[in-house]
Ligand binder design. Structure first.
Ligand code: ADP
Ligand code: MG
Length: 194
C-alpha cells in the first residue's frame, strides 16, 4: 500500500462511519453515553477534509493529529495517538510485514495510554490480536476481525464508561471494539503476504 492508496483507504472511512454511525451509537447507548457513532463519523470526516497528501508517514501522523482534535471522548486520544505512533514505524510502502509492525505499535499505544489489557472489553481486544492474525492468516478479512469484536460481547467491562455498567455490560459488543474492526479493515485492505 503506497501513500495514494493509504489516503484513499482513510478517506473511505468517512463513508464507512457515515454508514455505521447508527450501529455504533446503538452499542454505545447500551454501555456508554451514545456518542461513539458520532465521534467516529466526525473524526473521519475531518480526516477526509484535512489529510490530502504526503508520504505514508505524514498521512498517518496528520490522521492522528486530526483524530485527536476532532473526536471527543476516550476514543479520540487513543486512536489519535496510535496513528501518530504508527507513523513513526511506517515504511514508504506498507507491505504485510510493515503492517504487522504498525498493528503491534497500535496495540502497544492503546495498551499504554488506556492502561488496558486483554479481556477488559475495549477496542484493545480487537487491536491487540490483529498483528498475529495477519502473520498467521496472511491477510485481514472482515469476518476474522468481526469475530474478535464479537468476543467482547460476553466480557464484563472494567475500563471506560462501560465499566460503570459492571455485569450489565455483558451482552453488548464494545463500541470501540466494533469501530476498530472498520479502522483495521481499512488499513489491511489489499495488503497480503507474499
Ligand atoms: P467515551 O467513552 O468518552 O464516550 P467513546 O464513546 O468515543 O468515548 O469511546 C468509547 C470506547 O473507547 C469504548 O467502547 C472502548 O473501546 C474505548 N475505551 C474507553 N476507555 C478505554 C481504555 N482505558 N482503554 C482502551 N479503550 C478504551
Ligand atoms: Mg461514548
Amino acid at each position: 500500500m503506497d501513500a495514494k492508496k493509504l489516503i484513499s483507504q482513510l478517506h473511505g472511512l468517512k463513508t464507512v462511519f457515515d454508514d455505521k454511525e447508527r450501529e455504533l451509537t446503538a452499542l454505545d447507548r447500551e454501555i456508554g453515553d451514545g456518542d461513539h457513532g458520532v465521534n467516529m463519523k466526525r473524526g473521519f470526516a475531518a480526516v477526509a477534509e484535512k489529510v490530502t497528501d504526503g508520504s505514508t508517514q505524514e498521512i498517518l501522523k496528520q490522521t492522528g493529529m486530526t483524530l485527536m482534535s476532532s473526536i471527543g471522548g476516550a476514543s479520540g486520544p487513543l486512536y489519535g495517538f496510535s496513528f501518530v505512533k504508527m507513523s513513526e514505524v511506517a515504511k514508504d510502502t506498507i507491505d504485510s510485514n510493515n503492517l504487522a509492525d504498525l498493528l503491534d505499535v497500535f496495540a502497544k499505544t492503546v495498551g499504554e495510554k488506556g492502561k488496558v489489557s486483554g479481556g477488559e472489553k475495549t477496542m484493545y481486544d480487537v487491536i491487540s490480536k490483529t498483528a498475529d492474525l495477519l502473520r498467521e492468516e496472511g491477510s485481514l478479512d472482515l469476518e476474522s476481525l468481526q469475530a474478535l469484536a464479537d468476543d467482547t460481547e460476553d466480557m464484563v467491562a472494567t475500563k471506560g464508561r462501560a465499566a460503570y455498567f459492571k455485569e450489565n455490560s455483558k451482552g453488548t459488543i464494545d463500541p470501540g471494539a466494533q469501530s476498530a474492526v472498520y479502522v483495521i479493515q481499512a488499513l489491511g485492505e489489499g495488503v497480503k503476504n507474499g
